[in-house]
Design a protein around this ligand. Structure first.
Ligand code: ZN
Length: 241
């Protein structure tokens, strides 16, 4: 741990990649895999463009429910450390798979939400974005407040492409980052794994924080096993307040 602390004080450009694990510690279920059911549906059956085309009302009901869960959740000690990192390191970026907005609520501003944000909707025909609050929607499915067309959650669904412009900006940061943290990722979603691998091949020192080994562990320099909410505050202790 002391060696790692030293490394943190010696580097200036740092990226943090986060996944569902860090949100799970704030009580947000992953909605994937075993136990990830809502009513009788699995996430894989609802988070697709086909499901939305078939039944936009059902998909919106699910997102309305999930947004309510996210609105009640609070950032945990791991989010707080990631927030402190942003003001400590001269160059810093959070890249998150999470759509729950918890990093923003913890105070982070330098962030790319590569899977979208559950508190945002967008129109299916014009370019309008709609900011959704913490309260349930009054009308489901949601309509665009500019043109009246159907609006959809601003989320990257299964089978959809990532925003190329955001990916480019992530990769350009990762090309020269000195340190990369990989926190709470399942290691199954290939884009974040590829991002971590890319940073590592470009020379970044890679620190993984996860309760279990993942496909990232194979190429990581240091694997810190445990909950992010416990491991990160220990690592950050004595570095800054
Ligand atoms: Zn519109």
């Amino acid at each position: 741990m002391e060696e790692l602390k030293k490394l943190l004080t010696q580097n200036k450009k740092v990226a943090v990649l986060t996944g569902a694990g860090i949100s799970h510690e704030s009580g947000i279920p992953t909605f994937r895999g075993a136990g990830g059911y809502w009513k009788q549906y699995k996430a894989e059956e609802l988070a697709t463009p086909e499901a939305f085309q078939r039944d936009p009302k059902l998909v919106w009901e699910w997102y309305d429910y999930r947004r309510g869960v996210c609105a009640k959740a609070k950032p945990n000690p791991a989010h707080e450390v990631v927030f402190k990192m942003e003001s400590y390191f001269p160059e810093f970026l959070v890249i998150t798979q999470n759509v729950d907005g918890l990093h923003r609520r913890a105070g982070n501003k330098k962030i790319f939400e590569i899977h979208g944000n559950i508190f945002t909707a967008r129109c299916t025909s014009c370019s309008n974005r709609i900011s959704l609050g913490d309260e349930p929607l009054k009308e489901i499915p949601l309509k665009c407040n500019v043109c009246g067309s159907l609006a959809r959650p601003h989320i990257v669904w299964f089978g959809e492409s990532y925003d190329g412009d955001i990916l480019d900006q992530c990769y350009s940061f990762l090309a020269t980052t000195e340190l990369i943290f990989v926190i709470g990722t399942s290691g199954q979603v290939s884009v974040p794994v590829n991002m971590a691998k890319y940073a590592a091949t470009k020379g970044a020192y890679c620190i993984e924080v996860n309760p279990e080994e993942t496909s990232v562990t194979d190429f990581t320099d240091t694997f810190l096993q445990g909950k992010a909410g416990e491991v990160l505050p220990q690592l950050w202790e004595g570095i800054s307040n």
